[in-house]
Ligand binder design. Sequence first.
Ligand code: ZN
Length: 145
Amino acid sequence: MKLSPNSLCPCGSTKKAKRCCGPLLDGQPAPTPEALMRSRYVAYSLGDVAYVQRTTHSHSPHREADLAAWTARLRQFCEETTFVGLRVLSAETVGEQGVVRFWASLHRGPADVSFGEESRFSREGGRWVYLAGRPLPPPKTPTPA
Ligand SMILES: [Zn+2]
């Protein structure tokens, strides 16, 4: 799937894709960990597995040594999942580290497979990349789906 530049960005920012995650998916460095997190959500929703991989830190536990197997697993996840919406709950940057808490509303067929995560980001080669995450409980306020 391709991003429509003039449509609202799938990351939920209420900005047009061309003024939000679009340029990042096209190769521009993310200005903040939150921007990177949003663009990764959009990449997942589009099935842009290569973007997810190149924005994953080289020492991330989520990186798999077998690139073909990792690619296949990510592809399958993207294909099986409907990306309903994203809520960024908080985002902070301290020096070369960033923490973003989010809630992703996802469906797999009829099943609600939404999840929350506290993601950690770091800079590598001058660019923000995803390092690791830990699960978060659902936020107390209802998610806008
Ligand atoms: Zn966006």
